[in-house]
Design a protein around this ligand. Structure first.
Ligand SMILES: [Zn+2]
Length: 208
């Protein structure tokens, strides 16, 4: 998933935030600026000619060259959403600004949303944030190691294969002098080369 960054100013009050991102048009404009800072560019043929196709509440950008249709939210965690962009933006702001985290229940209250909606937003936004964090942490030459968390239970196999332990990969990002400066822990399905390759592939895609 390509990452389209929208800068939310840290420490902005709710009224200030709403003055910037309080309407669908403001949120759509912010998405458009972050996706196409120099104007529309077709993701398939790189053409700039385009026109708008409106299908109900959904606005699609159709390329004048190859006719590919794309939306402002394509490739973002908001893709195919039925929720207003204002709800997404406010949820992202509330979650990213909460120093000690915010529960799905608190998000439900703050957004005035139904619990399943708040839970879905909470899950998707937190997952995206931890992926970004992983990509940030894994810059530079990264050293990997495997480890297990958890205790033994009677009957469990000893050593790394114990089914009661959680396998994870520890990635250490060193500074220029080779000293470890950042540590990232990621759970994996196991230490098979397939599981590690999948993990590395995921991280590499997040870095693109
Ligand atoms: Zn095109």
């Amino acid at each position: 998933m390509s990452s389209h960054k929208i800068q939310f100013q840290y420490g902005m009050s709710i009224p200030e935030f709403l003055s910037h991102f309080g309407t669908e048009a403001q949120c759509a404009e912010a998405l458009k600026r972050s996706r196409w800072p120099k104007g529309f560019r077709c993701p398939k043929c790189a053409g700039t000619q385009h026109y708008l196709v409106v299908q109900g509440a959904c606005k699609l950008y159709q390329c004048g060259g190859c006719r590919l249709q794309t939306s402002l939210t394509a490739g973002t965690l908001m893709e195919h959403t039925k929720l207003p962009l204002t709800t997404w933006f406010l949820a992202i702001d509330l979650i990213s600004q909460a120093k000690t985290g915010i529960s799905a229940l608190a998000l439900k209250r703050d957004l005035g949303a139904r619990y399943p909606t708040a839970w879905m937003l909470h899950h998707k936004i937190n997952t995206a944030m931890s992926r970004q964090e992983a990509a940030r942490l894994l810059g530079g030459a990264v050293q990997l190691d495997d480890a297990h968390l958890g205790g033994e239970r009677p009957g469990g196999k000893p050593g790394q294969g114990s089914e009661n332990k959680v396998p994870f990969v520890a990635a250490v990002s060193p500074n220029g002098a080779g000293q470890p400066v950042r540590l990232k822990l990621d759970m994996v399905s196991g230490f098979t080369s397939d599981a590690i390759a999948k993990w590395a592939d995921r991280v590499r895609h997040e870095l693109l």
